[in-house]
Write a protein that binds this ligand. Structure first.
Ligand SMILES: [Zn+2]
Length: 347
C-alpha cells in the first residue's frame, strides 16, 4: 500500500509541474483555487502615500500569471469596471494559472478626476516607469507596480480608454520590439483581445531603468505586453465595458487559463506609422473630424483658436490615414495631443 502511494505521488509530481499552493502580491495572499483582494501600500515619501486596490486569483491548475492593470489614467473607466466584473464572475476553481488584477493603478487621479496627470505631482503615470521609491507619488506608484505586479507576471495587459477629453475609436497597441518570441506572444494577446483595429507600435526595447510606459516595463523584462484602448470621453457606458471585458475573457481562453475555445479575430485592420499630432501652443481646439474617420493628407483635423475665439491656425493631417483619436473638449496646452493618426497597412 505504502509503495503504491509512493509511486502514485511520484507519478503526480512527474506529470504535474510545480504550482505553488499560494500566490502573494504585497500583503494579498490567494490560496490555490481562490481569490483574494486587498491593497498594495505606497508609503508616504516626499509627498503623501496612496493605496492600490488589487485582486489575486490563484487557479486550481497550473498556468501562467497574467497581470491586468486598469486605471493607469484615472479618468479611463471601462477597464476598471471590466475588472470588477471579472472579479465577480471568475471561478478560480476553473482557472489555470494566476491573474493579478490592479483595479485602479492611479487612485489619486481617479478620485481627483484628472486626465493624463496626477493631481498629486503633475506627472503622467504612464511616463514614469519603472518608477523610483525616492520620487514623487506617481514614481512611487510605478515602482510598486513594477516590483509587485509586473515582475511577477508572464503576460501583461494595460487597460486604457480615450481619456476624459479624447474621442477615440477602439484599438490595441501591439508593440514590435524586434525580439521574435516576444513579438509573437504580444501578437497573440493583441489578436485575441478582439478589437478590429490593431496599431503596430514600433517599440524597440528601452533601457530597463527608463522604460517610461507600463507595457515597456514588462517588455524589457521579457514579458509580452499590450496596451488596449476601449472607450472615450470618460464614459463608463456598458458598450465600452463589455468590449474590455470580452477582450479579457478571450485572452484568458487564448492563454488556456480558462476552458473554452478562443474566438478567432477575423478582419483586422492593421495600422502602422502612428503619429500623435500636437498643439503648437495653448488655446482652444475645435475638432473637424471624429474618432475613426479616414482623412487625406493635408485635410483639416481641426482649428486652434485663441481664448477670444480668433483663429490661430488650422491643424492638418500629416498623411492619409485613420483618426485613432481626436481631442473632443476645448482646452489644449502647447505640446499636448490634438489627434492621433495612423496609416492603413498596405496589402
Ligand atoms: Zn490612458
Amino acid at each position: 500500500m505504502k509503495k503504491y502511494v509512493l509511486s502514485f505521488l511520484i507519478a503526480l509530481t512527474t506529470t504535474q509541474p510545480v504550482f505553488a499552493e499560494s500566490f502573494v502580491v504585497g500583503t494579498v495572499e490567494a490560496q490555490r483555487g481562490h481569490q483574494s483582494s486587498g491593497y498594495l501600500n505606497v508609503p508616504p515619501g516626499i509627498d503623501a502615500g496612496t493605496m492600490i486596490p488589487i485582486t489575486v486569483a490563484h487557479g486550481s491548475g497550473d498556468g501562467p500569471t497574467l497581470a491586468l492593470i486598469a486605471g493607469t489614467h484615472g479618468y479611463e473607466y471601462p477597464g476598471i469596471t471590466a475588472l470588477q466584473r471579472i472579479r465577480k464572475s471568475l471561478d478560480p476553481g476553473e482557472l489555470s494559472g494566476t491573474i493579478i488584477m490592479v483595479h485602479i493603478a492611479n487612485v489619486p487621479s481617479f478620485l481627483g478626476r484628472t486626465i493624463y496627470y496626477s493631481p498629486a505631482d503633475g506627472k503622467n503615470l504612464n511616463r514614469v516607469y519603472p518608477g523610483d521609491p525616492e520620487g514623487s507619488l506617481s514614481q512611487r506608484i510605478a515602482h510598486t507596480i513594477t516590483q509587485e505586479v509586473i515582475e511577477k507576471a508572464d503576460y501583461l495587459i494595460d487597460l486604457h480608454a480615450g481619456d476624459g477629453n479624447e474621442l477615440l475609436r477602439p484599438y490595441v497597441y501591439m508593440p514590435l520590439t524586434g525580439e521574435t518570441e516576444l513579438d509573437a506572444a504580444a501578437k497573440g494577446l493583441a489578436m485575441s483581445f478582439g478589437l478590429d483595429h490593431i496599431v503596430i507600435d514600433e517599440a524597440p526595447l528601452r533601457s530597463i531603468d527608463d522604460s517610461l510606459y507600463t507595457d515597456q516595463t514588462a517588455l524589457v523584462r521579457g514579458i509580452p505586453a499590450i496596451t488596449t484602448e476601449t472607450g472615450q470621453m470618460g464614459s463608463n457606458d456598458d458598450y465600452w465595458v463589455d468590449m474590455a471585458e470580452a477582450g479579457i475573457w478571450n485572452v484568458l481562453r487564448h492563454l488556456k487559463m480558462i476552458p473554452g475555445a478562443e474566438e478567432i479575430n477575423e478582419g483586422i485592420t492593421w495600422l502602422i506609422d502612428y503619429q500623435v499630432v500636437r498643439s503648437p501652443q495653448d488655446g482652444i481646439f475645435r475638432a473637424a473630424v471624429r474618432d475613426g474617420y479616414t482623412i487625406a493628407k493635408g485635410a483639416t483635423l481641426g482649428v486652434l483658436v485663441d481664448f477670444f475665439g480668433d483663429e490661430i491656425q488650422e491643424i492638418r493631417a500629416p498623411f492619409s490615414g485613420v483618426v485613432n483619436y481626436v481631442i473632443g473638449t476645448p482646452p489644449v496646452s502647447e505640446g499636448e495631443p490634438v489627434a492621433m493618426i495612423s496609416r492603413i497597412q498596405p496589402d
